[in-house]
Write a new protein. Sequence first.
Length: 195
Amino acid sequence: MKIEWQATLDNQPPCFGRAVIFCFMGITTRLINNADIVRREMEQAVRAGLEAIGQQAESHAKQNVTAAGRVDTGHLRNSIAHEVRTAEDAVYIGTNVSYGKYVEYGTGKYGDFPTGDGWWVYVTGGDGGGGFARKGKRYTFERAKQIVAILRSKGLDAHMTQGMKPTHYLRNAAADHTDEYAGIMEKHIKQQLSK
């Protein structure tokens, strides 16, 4: 709150709009309410802080997916982005790549949400996303080996798996750096208040 002093000679204080004016012994005290200005400046600081946090979280997620050895074409890593939602005072990181959820949560018996036993057979495609021979079908180990052999004999890049372990590249980008993100927000607020 900004406080200004003004002396008047005639006990008739001028109109100062949002100001609260007190007159005592010929001295006029004017208190100006700058709450709207402070609120706007704080909102700007929060938006800037959220944007900086989003950029940093995005960077951490890309580093996580790379460190987990889950980069083939780079499509998933390059798709990781952030979105600031000012109405919620929040920032979200994520990907729009369809297989990103499988890299995050894992699949099959290794996933966060295990889906049972058996082997899947899949054929990798040119887009790096993989194409499944019979999507969702599980086989015994021996039958999966036979199917892979048949598909490879036809020139396809066939593989078999019981699932993929989760990387939690997004979750860890958020959860493992909370102190860092708090520091980023604090820095932006202090910068705004020191103007």
